[in-house]
Design a protein around this ligand. Sequence first.
Ligand code: HEC
Length: 169
Amino acid sequence: MRKIRLAQVALNAALLLGTVGHHALAEPAKSAPSPIYGVTIPDGYRKWQMIAPAEEAAPLDELRVVLGNPAAIKAIEKSTLPYPDGTILVKLAYKRKQSPEFATATIPGEPTTVQVMVKDSRRYASTGGWGFGRFINGQPVDAAQHQTCFACHAAKVKDRDYVFTRFAP
Ligand code: HEC
């Protein structure tokens, strides 16, 4: 009888520890740094201010939102370019999904990528002062994909400090 009791106590303790461990894992893990640039997903970005939403047509069919840290928002409010060192922009992307409650409404479905641009004019001097990171499930994609970032941003929006997104009214 006593042995069974002890076994139960041990089991309960294990379950409890297991639960604690599970919660610890559920915390967003720190991402590995992106190749080439060494950019990570910034802490607390989910509470940053929105700069603008966006939508991407097929084949990606995504809803997106770009957030900026306080340095980014301040620069936008003052309309100062280039963005100062310390600026961070984060773009969240989701598959488009029809609202289950309301047919004409489109809502965010599966998250697809988190993309980050960090301004550090010295460290990233050869790419307009910007470091880039693209993350899927919290982990960076390969170097080949990171080689494409600056080329496209430079080709299209060099005159706006390589940033596409304008502040949504
Ligand atoms: C073929 C062109 C192209 C490539 C390649 C590209 N981007 Fe962009 N990026 C865009 C466009 C267009 C937008 C604005 C529209 C949107 O938000 O989807 C954008 C927006 C962004 C933004 C929000 C700030 C801004 O400029 O508006 C971030 C952050 C970003 N891209 C990161 C990346 C990263 C990281 C990579 C490489 C892994 C990358 N981009 C590669 C075209 C590109």
